[in-house]
Design a protein around this ligand. Structure first.
Ligand code: SOE
Length: 384
């Protein structure tokens, strides 16, 4: 069997999720190549050595440039903060390495376009970490829409509700610093909803949005870490330079309309990603925290019996489900990453396009930037 050697940059939340996925692909899928955990990279030597041991990598690097130059690395997986994506992706593609990059691809559409152009020019496989496309229930939603089960699509209504920074004492982590992350709830959470809307409904023509930063300064933190950070200097404050929430409206090219809401201030909502799609023949509704289910209303049912039914998407005929457990033995967040890396490995091994690719990542950055521009200019912006 062919081997594919992974070089992972970053060992935080996404590094943990991706490393787990690398180890599970060949255990549960008949992939045409074996993913090897060849090297993990991080700037802090002792931390990256710990991650190497914990995640099961064979080696480590403390400089991504050395990782990219290694002949024993086939693809680079970028889970570093958003402001590091460009430099890593550009060097990796120029060195003919296949690249998987976490979302959002770029800090803006210009960066995303440069990364897309470099990947195409260097003829490497390129995929973006829109992992929610790989939930079995969302694959079923896509099939139902493509088969015409919903008829003409009228509405896409997407929410991504979290509450991890509603406490004013939560410190100024990197996701709240525009220089590092590019944007707040919009680029972090609406990015997922934009990708799902494009995947399920189609391209977006124009947008108009609004945003708010509820808490404008927070205690600083030495080593900006993940969602459970604690301040190391509660008496020193820094400015929050990103949106705490961004909402926007959209018109799709196929005539549908959309509403999107991303926030980190929906008190009580932890990872409340959901969407509802309404069409002439019916509707579907997905809630990530009930990710094994798809709610479906069929307008052609016997009118006495019509109502939203709950489809449990865990049977052997549901995409990806058969690779895991017997029907009813449900899946979780981590399985979406196993699915996306199975597909990425197959793309590399069999020289077939990776999806969602850097064009999807670029289109997401374009729409994010247009939402930001619409807020700045208080008007509708055509995606163009
Ligand atoms: C934080 O908002 C975060 O980790 C996102 O960055 C991920 O993309 C999402 O899947 C879970 O929440």
């Amino acid at each position: 069997m062919k081997n594919i050697n992974a070089g992972l940059v970053g060992y935080g939340f996404m590094g943990k999720a991706h490393s787990n996925a690398f180890r599970q692909v060949n255990h549960f899928f008949d992939a045409d190549a074996k993913i090897n955990l060849t090297a993990i990279c991080g700037r802090n030597k002792s931390s990256v050595q710990d991650a190497m041991d914990k995640f099961g990598f064979c080696s480590y690097e403390t400089d991504y440039r050395n990782l990219i130059k290694r002949d024993d690395i086939d693809f680079i997986d970028v889970t570093a903060p958003s402001n590091a994506h460009m430099e890593i992706v550009m060097m990796a593609t120029e060195n003919k390495k296949h690249v998987f990059c976490e979302k959002p691809l770029g800090m803006n559409k210009q960066e995303a376009k440069e990364m897309l152009d470099s990947a195409l020019k260097n003829k490497v496989k390129h995929q973006v970490g829109f992992n929610y496309r790989f939930a079995p229930a969302i694959r079923l939603a896509k099939k139902m829409i493509d088969e015409g089960k919903l008829g003409t699509i009228y509405h896409f209504r997407g929410l991504y509700l979290q509450d991890w920074i509603v406490d004013p004492s939560f410190p100024l982590v990197w996701r709240l610093d525009k220089k590092v992350c590019g944007s707040g709830a919009n680029g972090d959470l609406n990015a997922h909803m934009i990708d799902l809307a494009r995947y399920l409904v189609g391209e977006i023509d124009k947008v108009t949005g609004t945003s708010k930063t509820f808490i404008k300064s927070r205690p600083v933190v030495e080593h900006s870490t993940g969602l459970n950070a604690k301040s190391s200097h509660p008496d020193r404050f820094g400015e929050v330079t990103v949106d705490d929430t961004t909402l926007f409206l959209a018109h799709f090219s196929n005539g549908a309309v959309g509403s999107f809401e991303a926030t980190r201030f929906a008190t009580g909502r932890k990872n409340g990603m959901s969407f509802e799609i309404n069409g002439s023949k019916g509707s579907i509704r997905f809630e990530f925290e009930r990710m094994n289910e798809l709610q479906y209303f069929c307008n052609e049912d016997d009118e006495r019996l019509r109502g939203f039914r709950v489809i449990q998407v865990t049977d052997s005929f549901h995409e990806y489900a058969a690779n895991w457990w017997p029907v009813g033995h449900v899946l979780g967040y981590e399985h979406t990453f196993v699915h996306e890396f199975f597909e990425f490995a197959q793309s590399i091994t069999n020289d077939i396009p990776a999806i969602p690719d850097f064009h999807d990542g670029y289109m997401c950055n374009v729409i994010l930037d247009c939402v930001d521009l619409s807020i700045k200019e208080n008007t509708w912006i055509n995606i163009g």
